[in-house]
Ligand binder design. Structure first.
Ligand code: ATP
Ligand code: MG
Length: 568
């Protein structure tokens, strides 16, 4: 294809409201344009990348027996009432009425419609398992649309749904899908990791998120080179090793105007990890005393899960006073009567620890578990921090990285088939609920995440498999007969072997063409100029080696060189 005939409106500068490098580069390279907040147009270059990603996904889905369908984007309210999600989805759901005043929503995901489809046409165990998938636009009225197409209000998702006769078969297939997702990430040239995660409003028992590693990612990840990874919120913590030392006698110390732990630690000349931080929480109305080490923070999600409650929040001053007999800042586990005390794994091993004395302006030194205080439960209830020992290999230190969620797979079980009464008849003729899994992959988000992960000062560096064009030919002067002949010949030969080739035939200065070439990031560039042609040479440059030198090749050699790279 020829640059002069395509709509590739490159820009020298990015618009001021582009808030992340991938959004800036997508706009500057003419891949997308913004229509309104969270709404984007994909131009030819952008669409070519989408199609490449789609094809990689389509291939993997068909290998694992997926059948492609197209589901409606306008979905009737009654289905969403059946599953209870009309209310749960809240403001993120775009709602609308037709001329007869019937209510609908714009699809943010498609569990309801696909279960409705399957329950009408799947009657027997003989028709199971089945996996249906689509590439469909999704609509979500995000609170804060941002980062270009990474978090937009209308985006393209591959959503897949599998249906099974029992849990065992769902578990088997979940693993198959898991592996297919890994393969998609590898083929798209992405550096990624997979983390176990919360299921959110989609529901179900188990889910995994596929994360692209990138500095601008919205999610913080705990990662170990042994292969363990988790969102930092979910990362497990082990109990800490403590130094052995003689137990000293408990001692009350006067700590007037004491404030934060760091301040008292300085005042007493002790490290913060010698402190037992004592926090009073209210869990669904009941007070609990929570102990974590002075240099740690309580992980409220872990606490909530442990206590099996809907909500935990810090207690107000009045409650703190009624439990500890002291104002906030002086709580400690020693002498607390009738309280439900939960200690983090790292607390009970601290020898000669310090805590509040449950008395205004006093702390106690040299407190020791069992000798001076007891607890009701010991559990992992703290936030993981960089440098923690990995909970899997128990050797390496955890690193914290940032990630972008591009895919989320869910083992739903019977969550939807129960509420929508989707059943099948087994071999004995009895009726059973269908088991279900659902699997989302953000196609447009993959495109921006790939750029986030692969760019330099000059622009995008496309991975070979998802690049809009595989080779860019730059004739320095396309009007020159000799240059034109060589350009057309290379173009024809590479195109005829199935490569996507772009020729920059514009009447622009070489500097402009090179700048645009770096910006749009085609991985291989062949430059044809008068000077080198005298010796029958053309220039070859690999986009990854931005500042590197160009290589010279005879033009017959360059064709075989490029074909070899793409294994053609
Ligand atoms: P997030 O936590 O980022 O909002 P989600 O948990 O709401 O994502 P899912 O419902 O699991 O996302 O959707 C599946 C995939 O769709 C996500 O992994 C992501 O790649 C993509 N996706 C979700 N929301 C958006 C959005 N607003 N813009 C672009 N892609 C999105
Ligand atoms: Mg979301």
């Amino acid at each position: 294809m020829f640059f002069s005939k395509l709509l590739i409106p490159t820009l020298r500068k990015s618009p001021s409201d582009a808030d992340i490098i991938s959004a800036k580069l997508m706009i500057r390279s003419g891949m997308i344009r913004k229509l309104a907040s969270g709404l984007y147009e994909f131009l030819p270059l952008g669409l070519r990348v989408i199609r490449k990603v789609e094809n990689i996904i389509r291939h993997e889905m068909s290998i694992i027996g997926g059948q492609e369908v197209i589901l409606p984007l306008i979905l009737p309210k009654n289905l969403w009432i059946e599953t209870g999600r009309w209310d749960v989805y809240g403001k993120e759901l775009f709602r609308l009425k037709d001329r007869k005043k019937s209510e609908f929503c714009l699809a943010p995901t498609a569990e309801e419609v696909v279960v409705d489809l399957v329950k009408k046409d799947i009657k027997s165990y003989r028709q199971l398992p089945i996996m249906l998938y689509q590439f469909g636009t999704k609509f979500r009225d995000e609170v804060r649309p941002r980062f270009g197409v990474m978090r937009s209000r209308e985006f393209l998702m591959k959503d897949a749904y599998s249906f099974h006769s029992d849990e065992l078969d769902l578990e088997r297939y979940y693993q198959v899908m898991f592996d297919a997702y890994k393969s998609i990430c590898v083929k798209c040239g992405l550096k990624f990791c997979v983390v176990e995660s919360e299921s959110g409003p989609i529901g179900g028992s188990l889910s995994h998120e596929f994360m692209i590693l990138a500095d601008n990612g919205e999610t913080e990840l705990a990662w170990c080179k042994c292969g363990y990874s988790a969102t930092s919120e979910n990362a497990e913590c082990l109990k800490a090793d403590n130094c052995k030392e003689e137990l000293n006698t408990i001692e009350e110390v006067f700590t007037p105007n004491a404030g934060a732990i760091e301040y008292i630690a300085k005042f007493l000349n002790l490290p913060t990890k010698k402190f037992v931080k004592t926090m009073i929480y209210i869990a669904d109305g009941d007070p609990v005393v929570v102990l974590v080490r002075g240099d740690h923070e309580v992980n409220e999600t872990k606490l909530q899960t442990l206590l099996e409650v809907r909500k935990v929040m810090l207690a107000d001053e009045q409650t703190v006073i009624s439990i500890t007999n002291a104002p906030i800042g002086f709580a400690g586990p020693v002498g607390l009567k009738n309280a439900n005390i939960i200690a983090d794994l790292s607390v009970v091993g601290i020898l000669n620890a310090v805590s509040g004395a449950n008395k205004k302006d006093y702390h106690v030194k040299n407190i020791n578990y069992k000798r001076d205080y007891d607890v009701n439960e010991i559990a992992d209830i703290r936030k993981s921090v960089p440098g923690d020992i990995c909970p899997r290999c128990e050797k390496e230190k955890l690193k914290f990285l940032r990630g972008i969620e591009i895919g989320h797979i869910f083992k739903l079980g019977t969550r939807y088939s129960k509420s929508m009464n989707a059943t099948y008849l087994d071999s004995n003729g009895s009726e059973n609920l269908i088991f279900m899994g659902c699997y989302g992959l953000g196609v447009t988000r993959i495109v921006s995440a790939a750029i986030e992960q692969s760019h330099d000062d000059g622009g995008i560096i496309w991975p070979d498999n998802i690049t809009p064009f595989e080779v860019l030919i730059i004739p320095l002067d396309y009007h020159d007969n000799k240059i034109r002949k060589v350009t057309d010949k290379i173009y024809r030969e590479l195109s005829s072997k199935g490569l996507d080739v772009l020729v920059d035939d514009r009447d622009e200065r070489p500097g402009v063409k090179f700048k645009d070439a770096d910006l749009i990031g085609i991985p291989y560039r062949i430059t044809i100029g008068k000077k080198n042609l005298v010796d029958g040479n053309v220039e070859f440059k690999v986009r990854k080696n931005y500042k590197g030198n160009v290589e010279l090749f005879k033009f017959g050699e360059i064709i075989s060189k490029v074909l070899k790279i793409f294994k053609k």
